[in-house]
Design a protein. Structure first.
Length: 383
């Protein structure tokens, strides 16, 4: 029986194909559940996909369909396994499972091209081996040899075709009885007593008979559902892609805004009577004065120890001195010297208590500086 699963030249009935394909789908899902995100589950699922592909090929042989229709089902099973391996969203996994079920239904409802004597739903080169198995009951078939010792695949095929033609001739000569009109479609032999007793197999056959009677409607519905599923997948992927882009743009905008807010801090300034300003910008203390002309440029930079050496120190008349981090000539003819936040308190106290300081060749008087600083709470709390 196992060898018939890997036969390429045989024929599968609709019930056998549906059972094999649904079994492969269920086993693929179980592998993903039992061995989550495991390469072993993917390898085992490849065997199930291969088995379902061969079953699809035998079903296509049975109703003489195009061979390339055998590809979608194994591809979908592989995608299901890969989605489980990568822990993708459950929505995508559910869509692929639905598409796989739709493929199984589309192949299962197709009628056989001709009558065949299936054994356990199979007819093909492996038939002799299947019938000779001790576990299989030997029922008389059209293809049986006269000696009754085995079944020939070629002879059975020719006998089935001859019988099919003979039946067609008899139908032209004989009247169709009411029992024949109500009989099940060819290839299905429903045991009504077993069905009434709750046989799942016979119930499944009944459903397949109903599906065959409504084949056109089911095919159209399956095509519509497939189209909707494809559109849904494309829309879902597009939304996810666009949302990720929007999140990236939002993050970049937030970063740019934060940088701008960091760069542009509110200033608190006090003008000292000798013509310079003490400015607080965030945590940075700035001493600013006017008078220099020229293009905006950097006059001193502590990190590189480069620039005008006269701007390298802020010196008070009592000898206290502090190094500015940068001294720049800005575009309004002002010069700004920026100091480390570590020196803010000491510089403010020296400006309030000392008599003068020198910076960049300028000598500034500090007369009235304490009163000016006390009027600004930001500086008053440092005194």
């Amino acid at each position: 029986m196992l060898s018939t699963l890997f036969c390429i030249k045989g024929f599968d009935s609709r019930g056998r194909f549906a059972a094999i394909s649904l079994g492969c789908l269920v086993l693929t899902l179980l592998c993903g559940v039992i061995f989550p995100q495991s390469l072993f589950a993917v390898l085992v699922s490849m065997v199930f996909a291969f088995t379902s592909g061969l079953a699809s090929l035998r079903r296509l042989n049975d109703y003489q369909g195009a061979k390339f229709y055998s590809a979608p089902l194994p591809v979908l099973l592989l995608l299901v396994s890969l989605l489980q391996f990568t822990a993708s969203p459950n929505v995508l996994l559910a869509i692929l499972v639905v598409l796989a079920v739709v493929c199984i239904i589309l192949l299962a409802i197709k009628p056989s091209a001709q009558q065949r004597n299936y054994v356990q739903g199979y007819f093909g080169p492996k038939l002799e081996q299947l019938v000779s198995s001790p576990s299989v009951r030997r029922d008389p078939t059209l293809g049986a040899e006269i000696g009754g010792e085995g079944v020939s695949y070629e002879a059975g095929q020719k006998s089935a075709e001859a019988s099919f033609e003979h039946v067609g001739v008899d139908n032209d000569e004989q009247e169709i009885s009411p029992e024949a009109e109500s009989a099940e479609p060819r290839g299905f032999y429903i045991d009504h007593e077993a069905k009434e007793s709750g046989s799942v197999t016979e119930l499944a056959k009944t459903w397949l008979v109903w599906a065959r009677e409504h084949q056109k409607s089911l095919t159209l519905a399956a095509q519509v559902c497939s189209g909707v599923m494809v559109i849904g997948i494309i829309t879902f992927v597009a939304v996810q892609f666009l949302s990720s882009d929007n999140e990236g743009q939002t993050d970049s905008l937030e970063q740019a805004t934060n940088q701008q807010q960091t760069q542009i801090q509110p200033r608190v300034s006090v003008k000292v009577p000798d013509g310079f300003w003490v400015v607080q910008e965030g945590e940075i203390l700035i001493i600013r004065w006017l008078g220099a002309e020229g293009t905006p440029q950097n006059l001193w930079q502590l990190a590189a120890a480069s620039g005008d050496s006269s701007c390298s120190h802020l010196r008070f008349n009592n000898g206290n001195q502090y190094r500015p981090m940068t001294v720049d000539l800005v575009d309004d003819s002002g010069t700004e010297a920026r100091f480390s936040p570590l020196d803010n308190g000491a510089i403010i106290k020296d400006i309030a208590l000392r008599g003068s300081f020198k910076l960049c060749g300028y000598d500034f008087s500090l007369k009235g500086s304490q009163a000016a600083l006390m009027r600004q709470p930001e500086f008053a709390k440092l005194l």
